[in-house]
Design a protein around this ligand. Structure first.
Ligand code: ADP
Ligand code: ZN
Ligand code: ZN
Length: 686
């Protein structure tokens, strides 16, 4: 009998090209992982097609070395999803598919050599212990009318429908997700819930497990996020792929989980920028979730107190259905907001007398206080009082940030390239020793607060204080346990947390974000202020928010005073429409970096010329705007100079078509090989 010959198209994790054709002499299916020779090495790839004949001379086609059968093939519907993501974000399919797998499943070493006996899946299964359920019984509250209406609407939807759950902070959106999820599980379907940052919301996982494990079983809940170890991730991923996990909770990467039978998708805090991946495949997990729900013909719930303007406009166009939760669930009022005009005030270490007095009262009343300052470190820079020298990074065009390091010693850190150095004993310019911290970061505020309120227990939560795995969870647990009186933190403390006893929120230095060039800055600032304000008075009511600002008349602050998202959105949408900015147009960003700025500008100019010609050839010149290449605001990072070119269009298909041709030409262009460049579709920051 002749051996079977199957032609297979295989994608590999390579930045260029593919799929690549191979010959298989054993049975193979679309979605199988295979080991194939590539150049001088071997790689693990995924079969995405079984063509009837190879795309080039069969004599040159190499053989598949091994078909890996330790897991079931990836499903057709999942590959279709990956294909959409690759096409939409203009990346090779292999760069989507392979990184979506847990690393042991795509690492050759895991399948070769002595240690590889059986492969990573077999090894894991051997070690597998019965999962233990940590769920206590939890109390299910009676839903409010608004919550019930939302749950009913989601449950009644047949096929694809996008809901925007627009609920003020503390309105009980989580409860709606849990009920909607339980409905989907009861129908035998599975649920994917996305949250912006899972290690910050252990409470979410807890209530999810407590409430849904009884329905889904102890192995029915899987959690996927990037802080898992390889083994943990593989275990969770396998339970998803094998259908054991019925409900999957995860951060943005879990949108690529291989789930069949999905019945509901939930994206909590849908406006959150963490849904955007900022390197490699620069996808928006929220946008992909909407596509996936549409493709699978199932409902999706996007929840937020401050929806992205993209989603808001979609409700206005009736593409999405709005579900409103205008009141807090616990029958408490939203906090009162006070703007303290700092222009005429004598401040004490950056704190206004109003804030200090309010803090005293709350602390005397045994309530917790949150001080929000979105700037980590001790001070944004070190400054020489004699000559005006300011600490700067030698590799980047930025200031280095003063940090309090071990044993109270100070260091200078660059937040862009990671460079760290000791504080110079004397000014490098003039030799004077009178150098002072300039401005304030969370560490310095923490220090002041400890002096000002010696009786109070002060805790700082930011990226520096939570570097160790699990430490954020422990710190938040101590806040919830009432072991902290004053919490100081960056945006890490602003999101999601249901603090029971927090009465007062003080916001320092929000103005820093007010005058950014990025057209989305006011939207981001407003969302952040609403979020952090929403931490006050969640259980007892009578919460207060004090915002220190030199610009109280700004629209952002005026809207915040009234908790007026709708007014703010209307105002901002009008501005965007007038300027034809997203969501009234679509953008893509070509960025490049090289040692010399001129190299990047030259490349982008060439790229712009290519795009201009293409747009004319494709007949889309009228609907596409190509801007001039410009250097980035922080032009040099880690000794690389950066510039970008913005493309804008009111017509998405025309834009997609242009980008496809453009990428293909750029990949061929010799000048493109001399530097790093990338194309980002729907950039969030420009
Ligand atoms: P959101 O995510 O909308 O900010 P949460 O889901 O955290 O709000 O809910 C806020 C608080 O209200 C939580 O402590 C939650 O347990 C409580 N809660 C939610 N729904 C109800 C309800 N129907 N009755 C009483 N309390 C509720
Ligand atoms: Zn000096
Ligand atoms: Zn630097």
């Amino acid at each position: 009998m002749r051996p079977v010959t199957n032609w297979v198209s295989v994608v590999l994790d390579l930045p260029l090209g593919g799929p690549f054709d191979y010959r298989a002499t054993t049975a193979v299916a679309v979605g199988d992982r295979v080991i194939v020779p590539f150049g001088h090495r071997k790689m693990i790839g995924v079969v995405v097609d079984l063509p009837s004949e190879p795309s080039y001379d069969p004599a040159l086609v190499k053989d598949v070395e091994l078909v890996l059968q330790d897991i079931a093939p990836l499903s057709q519907s999942w590959i279709k999803f990956a294909r959409f993501a690759a096409e939409y974000y203009q990346r090779p399919l292999g760069e989507v598919i392979l990184p979506a797998l847990p690393s042991p499943l795509r690492s050759l070493a895991a399948y070769q050599g002595k240690r590889a006996a059986g492969g990573p899946v077999a090894r894991l299964d051997k070690r597998r212990k019965a999962a233990q359920s940590e769920a206590m019984q939890s109390v299910v509250p009676t839903l409010s009318t608004g919550q019930q209406a939302a749950v009913d609407a989601i449950g009644a939807s047949e096929g694809f429908k996008a809901f925007l759950l627009f609920g003020v902070t503390g309105s009980g959106k989580t409860e709606v997700y849990l009920h909607a999820a339980a409905q989907a599980l009861a129908r035998g379907r599975r649920v994917l819930m996305l949250v912006p940052e899972i290690n910050l919301t252990p409470q979410f996982e807890q209530s999810l497990r407590a409430r849904l494990e009884p329905v889904a079983g102890p192995e029915g809940v899987a959690v996927l996020h990037s802080a898992l170890s390889d083994g943990e991730r593989l275990r969770a991923w396998l339970s998803v792929q094998r259908g054991q996990a019925r409900i999957i909770l995860g951060t943005r990467l879990s949108i690529f989980a291989p789930i069949d039978d999905l019945g509901l998708l939930v994206v909590d805090e849908e406006h959150d920028a963490s849904y955007k991946q900022q390197d490699g495949l620069r996808y928006s997990a929220r946008d992909l979730a909407v596509w996936r729900a549409h493709d699978l013909n199932i409902p999706i719930v996007l929840g937020s107190a401050t929806p992205s303007l993209e989603s808001w406009v979609n409700t206005q166009k009736k593409h999405y259905q709005r579900l409103d939760l205008p009141d807090r669930a616990r029958e408490v009022t939203l906090p009162t907001v006070r703007l303290v005009d700092t222009r005429r005030l004598q401040m004490e270490h950056g704190l206004s007398p109003h804030l200090i007095t309010a803090m005293r009262e709350r602390l005397a009343n045994k309530e917790q206080v949150l001080i929000f300052l979105n700037r980590r470190g001790y001070a944004p820079a070190l400054h020489c009082n004699s000559c005006g020298w300011v600490s700067q990074c030698s590799r980047c065009t930025t200031f280095t940030v003063l940090h309090r390091a071990h044993q109270g010693r100070h260091q200078l850190h660059c937040h862009h390239c990671g460079f760290q150095q000791r504080v110079p004993k004397a000014c490098p310019e003039c030799g004077d020793q009178d150098m002072q911290p300039m401005g304030r970061g969370t560490q310095r505020i923490e220090e002041h607060l400890a002096e000002l309120f010696p009786e109070a227990r002060v805790l700082r939560i930011d990226a520096d204080s939570t570097r160790k795995k699990g430490s954020a969870q422990a710190l938040f647990a101590s806040v919830h346990a009432g072991e902290v009186d004053i919490l100081v933190g960056t945006q890490m403390v602003a999101k999601g947390h249901d603090f029971a006893n927090l009465g007062l929120v003080g916001v320092l230095n929000a103005d820093a974000m007010l005058f950014s060039q990025d057209f989305r800055a006011p939207e981001r600032l407003f969302a952040q202020l609403m979020q952090v304000s929403g931490r006050a008075g969640r259980h007892s009511g009578h919460g207060e928010v004090i915002v220190q600002t030199g610009y109280p008349e700004q629209a952002v602050y005026q809207a915040l005073l009234k908790h007026d998202y709708t007014g703010f959105a209307q105002h901002t949408i009008r501005e965007r429409e007038a300027a034809a900015l997203p969501p009234f147009s679509h953008q893509a960003l070509l960025s490049a970096e090289a040692r010399e700025l001129q190299t990047t500008l030259d490349f982008l100019t060439t790229a712009r010329d290519i795009a201009t010609t293409l747009a004319t050839q494709l007949g889309s010149a009228e609907v596409i705007t190509l801007y001039d290449p410009v250097p980035l605001r922080i032009v040099r990072v880690d000794n690389m100079c950066r510039a970008q070119l913005l493309v804008e269009s009111t017509h998405r298909p025309a834009m997609q078509q242009l980008l496809r041709h453009w990428i293909a030409e750029l990949n061929q262009d010799p000048s493109a090989r001399r530097l790093n460049w990338q194309l980002e579709v729907d950039p969030l920051e420009i």
